[in-house]
Design a protein around this ligand. Structure first.
Ligand code: GDP
Length: 297
């Protein structure tokens, strides 16, 4: 299960409080120290942890003055609320264009799950919105990526626009959008190239695609298992592109949770979806409150 290490640590830190009739400042300090360690070990950003602990102590000490029936439970509630806030509080949906098509551009480093997620999102929109999407194969440097997208298109019975001999991605995207207009597709999902690291050439290409496509959603796909590195990548992409949200993939293999917990607080970008497996159905909307409850068990 996702976040099992973090869950275990936090639950242990809080368990010591639940049995107590009254909680002293010393109890709160001790639990805070353990929570702090658990979060740092989960690879949550240092500053995010610092602010979090400060807030927990403030809330907990404030509450302690009031006579309470079950102080331990109250602290758990405070931690739950602050974890929720850390992840953005409200769930955020995709932007929808007032006229068709709504354009979604998917960006991210290589291997994070971009192409797979384009398929997952198309499947999600078809189920939820009865969408008729068109997929555009903009990852032209790896022929395998185009084949992979075509395969996904075949599985979903969704058209995929590609040009094998064209090396101008912006032009391919422009033609793909013309095709979508002709076919009255209501969503266009653009897969783009990734690299192992952010570089200028990649960013220039993505900027050119943005200028042609004017996406309603520019979603960064990041691998949850990379922890804080994912937040760095998000800051890097966001410096050059106006990202509208994050899709956090491979949450099924993430025992720590650092990316999920830090990325919103560090970048201000909402996590919109999470990927929790390799199948096309393994995509979930992200709800900060549900995630916090899941972490606290
Ligand atoms: P891209 O290079 O960013 O387009 O990445 P791909 O879509 O080719 O995905 C890379 C690998 O990650 C593939 O083996 C996918 O099946 C796998 N993958 C993608 N999303 C998830 C996920 O949410 N969970 C797991 N376990 N694997 C995933």
């Amino acid at each position: 299960m996702a976040f099992e290490n973090l869950s275990e640590r936090l639950q242990k830190a809080l368990r010591s409080l639940t049995g107590k009739g009254k909680i002293s400042e010393e109890d709160i300090n001790k639990a805070s120290r353990e929570i702090r360690l658990a979060l740092l070990e989960a690879d949550v950003n240092f500053k995010v942890v610092k602010d979090f602990i400060k807030q927990i102590k403030k809330d907990a000490l404030g509450k302690e003055v009031q006579e309470s029936l079950n102080p331990g439970q109250q602290i758990i509630k405070i931690v739950d609320e602050e974890l929720t806030k850390m992840m953005g509080e409200e769930s955020v949906s995709l932007n929808k264009s007032p006229h068709i098509p709504t354009i979604i551009m998917m960006v991210g480093l290589q291997g994070t799950g971009k192409t797979t997620t384009v398929g997952k999102l198309a499947n999600y929109l078809m189920k939820k919105d009865k969408a008729r999407p068109l997929l555009i194969a903009g990852d032209i440097y790896r022929p395998a990526a185009i084949d992979q997208l075509k395969q996904i298109g075949d599985n979903l019975n969704v058209p995929v626009y590609s040009e094998l001999d064209n090396k101008d991605v912006a032009e391919i995207v422009k033609h793909g959008l013309q095709e979508a207009d002709k076919n009255k597709n209501d969503y266009v999902l653009i897969d783009t190239a990734g690299r192992l690291e952010i570089d200028e050439q990649l960013m220039d290409e993505l900027k050119r695609v943005t200028e042609v496509a004017h996406p309603d959603n520019t979603l960064l796909v990041v691998d949850a298992m990379t922890g804080q590195a994912a937040t760095k990548v998000a800051e890097g992409f966001n410096a050059d592109l106006d990202l509208t949200g994050i899709i956090l993939t491979k949450l099924d293999g993430d025992t720590r949770g650092g990316a999920a917990l830090s990325i919103r607080a560090v970048t201000g970008l909402p996590i919109i979806f999470t990927g929790q497996g390799e199948k096309l159905t393994d995509l979930d909307s992200f709800y900060p409150d549900r995630m916090a409850s899941r972490i606290l068990g």
